[in-house]
Design a protein around this ligand. Structure first.
Ligand code: PAF
Length: 282
């Protein structure tokens, strides 16, 4: 496994692979690699000649009061895990090589970026769209892999690719869950034992509402209320940012069932923000 830290060298290496006709599969991460990331790596490896994983805690996607400084950084373990999983290239740039002193260009996917998580994390998706656009330019991947846990992020990248005619095929892979249903996330490491137990309420709530809808409950006002009640019943939840049923195409709240329906929620347990979602297909 090669470790590349310079964007210029990464670009040159990618050019050689392109010239040789080898496709690049790209898995962007902020490190603290876990089973969710590994599922993306496996998918990338099965579909491409070369798999590149980036590890970059992107300052542009954190607000001033967010967890940039304390975001888990486990680089030695990440390198070891990537090697074990058969990653070909780890791209680990530093912030200065990505954002120069004169950096002034941001990519904003208007509309979609302001809904759901975007309403609580102003500027977050502009930071995500900007770094992904830069990585696409540096790496020139044929395919890029994201997890469904960050459903809105996947939609925004998909729109970015379409709107800016970027030649990358996006694949959104299923959320990987712990045995008790908790969606695997690097931020789960912030949870203490009690909070970790409480966090399963997200999955239990989504599952219960999804089963009710599949069994014929079609009143989405009642379903949303029930969803909020289940979350509120967990005393360690300090804030429900959103919990409801949305169109997976627009992220707008829906009041009548469609073929595909997005159940999504964001809550805080203490000051730890957790998100989860489920698609209900009828
Ligand atoms: O989902 C993440 O880890 C990040 O938002 C991403 C896609 C790596 C961009 O920094």
């Amino acid at each position: 496994m090669k470790i590349i830290r310079s964007p210029e060298i990464m670009h040159e290496v990618s050019k050689i692979h392109l010239f040789e006709g080898t496709t690049i599969g790209f898995v962007p991460t902020m490190g603290a690699l876990h089973e969710g990331h590994m599922s993306l790596v496996r998918k990338a490896k099965s579909e491409n000649g070369v798999t590149v994983v980036s590890i970059f805690v992107n300052p542009a996607q954190f607000g001033p009061s967010e967890d940039f400084d304390k975001y888990p950084r486990t680089i030695e373990a990440d390198i070891e895990r990537s090697q074990r999983e058969g990653v070909d290239i780890l791209f680990i740039p530093d912030a200065k090589s990505i954002y120069s002193d004169t950096f002034a260009t941001y990519v904003n996917v208007a509309g979609l970026s302001d809904k759901l998580c975007g309403a609580f994390r102003r500027g977050h998706f502009t930071g995500v769209a900007t770094i992904i656009c830069k990585f696409f330019n540096i790496l020139m991947p044929a395919r890029a892999y994201f997890g469904q846990k960050d459903f809105q992020q996947g939609m925004i990248i998909s729109r970015l690719i379409k709107d800016l005619n970027i030649n990358v095929k996006l694949t959104v892979c299923p959320t990987v869950r712990e045995k008790d249903g908790l969606a695997i996330s690097s931020r789960n490491s912030y949870l203490n034992a009690q909070q970790r137990r409480a966090a399963t309420v997200l999955y239990r709530t989504l599952l219960s509402i999804s089963q009710a809808i599949k069994a014929g409950d079609s009143n989405l006002i009642v379903a949303k209320k029930e969803m909020n009640n289940m979350l509120k019943a967990e005393p360690l939840i300090s804030e429900i940012q959103y919990a409801g049923i949305y169109s997976p195409d627009t992220l707008d709240e829906i009041f009548e069932l469609e073929k595909e329906n997005l159940l999504a929620t964001s809550v805080r347990i203490g000051d730890i923000r957790l998100i989860d979602n489920m698609i209900v297909t009828l």
